[in-house]
Design a protein around this ligand. Structure first.
Ligand code: G
Ligand code: G
Ligand code: MN
Ligand code: NA
Length: 252
């Protein structure tokens, strides 16, 4: 396949870049960190969505060196932002494939050490579906990463292979509520479910962040229920570093 061939040289040809989407604390009205999202600028086809090319990199194994690059890039960026004041954690998305490589912990540790970044400023996002395989092994790897001080978050929570039982076993710090939830708080039933998730997250001492917050109504229903951490187009799309610097830091 053509994309597959092009992906082989994309890293060395500097065709990847990272965009950052702000996370917001509605209660304090302050930045709560960023999510790093990968972009590929294809020389002919333009920007291609990770939804399209990440699966290919997972099959070929290219996701391993790509994620190594992302981790190094993000840690380095965090150091720059840190000089501008107090920084909140920046999260990086992981693929299941990383756990199979057996090199994830070393990769994370090396990236932190290379940049000299405090581990708690890095968060790794995993999804419920990836935990479906080799749960025991993934838990061990996550434990060793978490022992470094790095935070772990469960992405897309509430959809797919949603399993409450898994929450009991997974070493995580944050729950990211899938945007389908945020977009769907229009009945008492749905709000009751959301309320239960909020209470549970609170009791388990997990941060709970709602994704896909696009308008005032979303914020209103979430905050009424007691969910104050949000991410979505309302507070900012994923943006290039230059734009983030202008909006959130005194850098240009
Ligand atoms: O903005 P968005 O189009 O970035 O993301 C589409 C999908 O690609 C999402 O499921 C997102 O988690 C995933 N994704 C984005 N960046 C990365 C990345 O760096 N690594 C992995 N594994 N997935 C990513
Ligand atoms: O799977 P994950 O949650 O990592 O993917 C994040 C995806 O959600 C990215 O594609 C990102 O661009 C997208 N996204 C971020 N904020 C919003 C939003 O407010 N609405 C919608 N529809 N998508 C969003
Ligand atoms: Mn994510
Ligand atoms: Na998500």
């Amino acid at each position: 396949m053509e994309l597959e061939k092009d992906l082989q040289s994309a890293l060395e040809n500097n065709q990847f870049y990272i965009v950052y989407q702000p996370k917001w604390n509605v209660k304090t009205n302050r930045l709560y960190g960023f999510e790093a999202l990968l972009r590929w600028e294809h020389p002919r086809l333009g920007v291609i969505s990770p939804a399209e090319f990440i699966p290919i990199t997972e099959e070929t194994g290219l996701i391993v060196p790509i994620t190594k690059w992302i981790l190094e890039k993000v840690c380095h960026q965090c150091i720059t932002w840190q000089t501008q004041g107090e920084l909140q954690p920046v999260s990086v998305n992981l693929s299941n494939r990383l756990f199979q490589s057996g090199r994830l912990k070393d990769m994370v540790q090396n990236a932190l050490e290379k940049a000299n970044l405090k581990p708690h400023l890095l968060e790794l996002e995993i999804t419920e579906s990836m935990v479906f395989y080799d749960v025991e092994d993934i838990i061990l790897q996550l434990d060793s990463i978490r022992a470094l001080g790095v935070r772990i978050s469960m992405d897309d929570f509430g959809t797919g292979y949603s399993s409450i039982g898994l929450l009991d076993r997974m070493p995580i710090d944050t729950l990211k509520l899938d945007r389908l939830f945020t977009n769907d708080l229009d009945t008492p039933r749905k709000r009751a479910i959301m309320n239960a998730i909020i209470v549970m997250a609170d009791d388990l001492q997990l941060d709970l962040i709602a994704e896909g917050v696009e308008n005032e109504e979303h914020i209103e229903s979430l905050t009424q229920l007691g969910c104050y951490l949000v991410q979505g187009y309302f507070y900012g799309k994923p943006m290039k570093v230059g734009e983030i610097n202008k909006l959130f830091f005194n850098l240009n």
